[in-house]
Structures are given as C-alpha cells and as structure tokens.
Design a protein around this ligand. Sequence first.
Ligand SMILES: [Fe+2]
Length: 342
Amino acid sequence: MHGGSVVNLIAGRSCPLAYRYGAAALARAPTRPVETLYLVGGLYGNLFALDCIQALAEAEPAPVSLCFNGDFNWFNVDDEGFRAINQVVLRHHATLGNVEFEFASAQDAAGCGCAYPATVEQGVVERSNRIHAQLKNTARRHPHILAQLAALPLFARYQIGAIRIGVVHGDADSLAGWQFDGAELDRPANQSRIAAAFAAAEVDIFASSHTCLPALRQFGLTHGQGVVVNNGAAGLPNFRGRRSGLLTRISRHVSPHAPLYGSQLGEVRIDALPIDYDGAAWQRHFLSLWPPGSDAHTSYFGRITDGPQYVPSQAHGPSRQSPGQRRPVSGSGAASGTVPIR
Ligand SMILES: [Fe+2]
C-alpha cells in the first residue's frame, strides 16, 4: 500500500518521498475528541513495557485513549512476540512508524527507513538494516497483521478541550524526520520553521517519537503557546542509569502516576510518564532473541542495561523561563516553559 521511492536511496540514511506529508496535511486529518491521551512511540517489541502501559491506563480515573505512534515492532523477531505486540496495538489507535511502513515496501532500498542523520555511525545503520530485514521475514509470515498495519495512517489528530494535538512519528513534515529531536528544537535557525509548522498544522501540541530520545519544549507563537513533546522510547531506557521507558500523557485530569517532568498548556497537562517495566525479565527475553554478537545486542544491549548518555534536563530543556519571559518564536530560540517534576 505504501510504495516508497527507491531511486537513489541509501539504506537507513535516506528519507523516502512517500514519507513526506507536510504539516498542512495534519490540519485536514479527522479530529478525535478525547479526555486523556497516552502517546506510546517506540515500543520496539517490548511486551513487558506493553503490560506496564496497560496497567497505567487501567489505573486512570477517566477513560484513556492509547495511540501507538509508530515503531511498536523492532526486537520482536519471534512469531509469538510479533503476534502478541501487534494484536494488542491494533486494538487501539495506531499510526505507522518507519519500521512498519517498510514492511510494505517491495524493495529493501530504504533499509529500516530510519533516515539516520550523519551523527549516527555507519555500523549502527548497517545493523539496523539487518535487524529490519530479519523482522520483515517474520512479518511476512503474518499476512493478516500486515494487511492491518498497511491500513494505518501516517499521523493522527486529537482534541482535548480547546487544545488541538497533532500526533506524528517523526516530525511535522515527515514520517522519519528528525526536526523534533531536542537539539534541533533548540537550534535558533529552526525557530521560524517550527512556528510555521504549528500554523500550517493548526495544532497547539505536536507529539512525536522516532529519535529515540525524549524532548519537551514550549514555544511562544504569534497567537499563543505551542508545545512539542517527544516521548523518546516506550520500550527502551531513556536516561542514564534509569531503565524505564517513557510515554507522553496529555490530559485535563491530574495524573494518578508521578511524571518525570511536564508542562501546562491552558487546561491541559502534558506529562512524561515513566514506564517501569520488569527490566530483568525483559533483559532475559531480549537475550533469548538477540544473544551476544547479534546485531541488536551490539547496538542496544548497553542501552537496555545502563540507559543512554542522556539526562532529564536535556529532555525538558536547557532553560526555564517564567511565562512572562517567553517571546514569540522569531529566531530567538525556544521559550522553554517546561518543569522538571523529579
Ligand atoms: Fe522511527
């Protein structure tokens, strides 16, 4: 269903043309009104994290809408794991990640479809392409699931009260875009483009994933405030020395679960909720699929055991200005109104 351009692609580095939708497409997407929204990007086949997410949702006082915004598959190259992850995810809202998009590509020219930037070393890219090839072999044995995945959208649109939310996998323009990486959000040269994306998409919040590292930034726009929130990874550790995954919770109800950090926009609270899954059990399961010397072990085992070299202050922003200090986005840098909670 989703045929990517295969001309001049470098596997794992390029962004296929079919990934591009443009921020204005989000303004035309059907809007789902919800009370509480969990954005679960980057589950990466972690069934233990999925169990934990379901338990978090069940403990909420108001109805929760779960949206798995892409890359819910990755390490689950076993048939049982592939079936189990997708059966649960497909009972909820979901949008495609590059991992799922590339299941439907006839050729493998885009590799994993990650569109890795130059800062990511070539060995990581090549291993990701081989992991994806193995996962795709598993996926081919599940045509019924593949048909359902192929019908998923590239993005989604929600509303909580007056707050409009655009849900993407990569960034405002592309399925595998890296513009919602924390460093990119802080780059002065990107500020006018970010402001334009909010206007074109007609949203107050962008929720993303894909970069595998979380970020939360609040921007002063010409007409009000905008927030970009990237949950990093639901199925992998996000911070040095901490093994939990992370999801984005957006709601006008107070969270019954302690967030790591968060932000407020009107009546809506945007929180980063830790997913404290059974790390020892997940580690044993991972090793049964990806023993030492395997591609996923080489690329990810260090992160699974120790977390990435990333700390919460990098996720919630380099500076914390009071609301009165925020300025409209005009090349002056993001106005960070986010608050670390613990
Ligand atoms: Fe991705």
